[in-house]
Design a protein around this ligand. Structure first.
Ligand code: ADP
Ligand code: ZN
Length: 443
């Protein structure tokens, strides 16, 4: 057994770090920020950025000075593809992860061995926080390979000392067999996949409450509503905790819910969190929604300064009954680029999901299609029915009307609503695709 693991009775994985008070967090952050900035001067990219801004590492004397540093964007990562931001020679790196790059050059993130060790510690901290211990059996249904949800959770769960099952994505029957045969108590999955898994369980007569030992789910990697989480908890008879991560900051482990389930604790010993107005780039007050900007504090190979994540969220608080004072952020509304603009109204898929999940007649899978008909932009929401009652036309029509009204109250537009039988909409193995935009583009 790893001697550095805390005793099973301890609430914290790293008590000293998890229970820092605000002045301690800020002192540590300043020290780590200064070291990170000095390290960044080994990166040709950051060296030039600092020179252009007339800034020297010594100019960063307080946390407020962070705001003098220019932002880093996904475009910067693409423009310097593959290794241009790196702060260490390649021989010191032991792994790289890369995004899919469907919209241009992929982005590459390099890791030293120390980066990987710290990443595993972050993930282990999260899993420990929600009560997982070396006696637990952890199954990971993430894709392995370049997607960080695979190896990220793998090493974190091993670091905690659990028996770990790298089931990888898909093949639901095999996932269920592993779960029942190996006594899986904790599962990591994207939320849309949990629903799929439950449907397959139902079809083969497996009741997760009776036939499995599942008690904890880590769900994340894609936006989901509180209503979706509650459904998942009820369906599976477990506690489901929201997990936030992104490849640019390592992967999973950046933010996670504690047992209070009152927002995601973002680990401020590893990251500086800023929420800014995406237009003016000025900080917004606590409680107001803005773009999440992260500065990594412990990364060696590729630290990122003021990285614009494009994720929209807000600060919920900086204390918590769990004893951790690391900032609590609201669940992500989505990325600024997930936002649909329809007839001048800004809409996030998650707003639609929130409404749909309030109807017990509806199952969990839905698809939003945007089209241009007669020069008007329209939205169609297709959603699967929990049970088939397609012969009861009146009941169907009544339900459709109620959904349409509820959606209108939320998004201020009246979409078409199509009720379809369960299992008819496409399911993806990784992150769910919720929007299909088929609108005409006028040049
Ligand atoms: P990709 O950029 O290819 O999607 P990543 O795995 O790095 O690859 O994705 C990170 C992004 O996934 C985040 O920026 C965020 O938009 C989304 N994401 C991750 N975790 C969550 C979560 N718990 N809730 C909402 N969105 C999430
Ligand atoms: Zn807490």
């Amino acid at each position: 057994m790893d001697k550095t693991l805390p005793s099973d009775a301890c609430r914290y994985f790293n008590e000293a770090m998890e229970t820092l008070d605000r002045p301690q967090i800020e002192a540590l952050q300043l020290e780590r920020l200064q070291a990170t900035v000095r390290r960044c001067m080994n990166s040709p990219f950051y060296k030039e950025r600092f020179e252009q801004a007339g800034l020297k590492p010594e100019d960063i004397r307080s946390l407020d000075d962070l705001r003098r540093i220019p932002f880093t964007t996904k475009k910067d990562l693409r423009d310097t593809y593959p290794f241009g931001i790196s702060c260490v020679p390649l021989r010191e790196c032991v792994r790289l992860h890369s995004s899919s790059g469907t919209t241009g050059n992929p982005t590459v993130i390099l890791h030293t061995q120390n980066d990987l060790d710290e990443w595993a510690n972050q993930v282990a901290r999260n899993l420990w926080m929600v009560g997982l211990r070396p006696d637990d059996v952890f199954q990971n249904s993430s894709g392995y390979g370049m997607f960080t949800g695979g190896l990220g959770f793998q090493y974190g769960a091993e670091r905690l000392g659990m028996l770990t099952i790298p089931a990888a994505a898909g093949n639901s029957l095999r996932q269920i067999k592993f779960m029942t045969d190996f006594g899986t108590t904790a599962l990591h999955a994207v939320p849309s996949y949990v629903t799929r898994l439950y449907e397959v369980m139902q079809s083969c007569g497996v009741d997760p409450r009776k036939d499995t030992k599942l008690r904890v789910l880590a769900i994340g990697a894609e936006p989901h509503s509180e209503e979706q989480r509650k459904r998942i908890e009820e369906m599976m008879g477990v506690k489901a905790y929201n997990s936030f991560g992104m490849s640019e900051m390592c992967g999973p482990g950046v933010g996670f819910e504690c047992p209070e389930q009152n927002g995601l604790h973002f680990w401020e010993d590893y990251y500086i969190v800023e929420i800014v107005d995406p237009e003016t780039l000025e900080p917004v007050p606590d409680g107001e929604v803005g773009e999440l900007v992260l500065t990594s504090l412990c990364r060696e190979a590729m630290p990122l300064l003021r990285y614009r994540t494009r994720d929209l969220t807000r600060v919920l608080g900086r204390t918590c009954p769990c004893g951790r004072n690391h900032v609590r952020l609201d669940r992500m509304r989505g990325r600024s680029d997930d936002m649909m603009v329809l007839r001048g109204v800004n809409i996030f898929p998650i707003q639609i999901e929130k409404i749909l999940m309030q109807f017990p007649e509806l199952a969990n899978n839905y698809l939003i299609t945007l089209t241009t008909d007669d020069d008007n932009d329209n939205m169609t929401v297709e959603v699967e029915l929990e049970e088939l009652f397609t012969d009861d036309y009146q009941r169907l029509q009544g339900l459709q009307k109620r959904i349409q009204r509820a959606l209108k109250d939320e998004i201020l537009l009246t979409p078409h609503v199509k009720l379809v039988p369960k299992g008819t909409l496409p399911v993806s193995e990784g992150k769910a695709v919720r929007v299909s935009d088929k609108r005409k583009v006028y040049q």
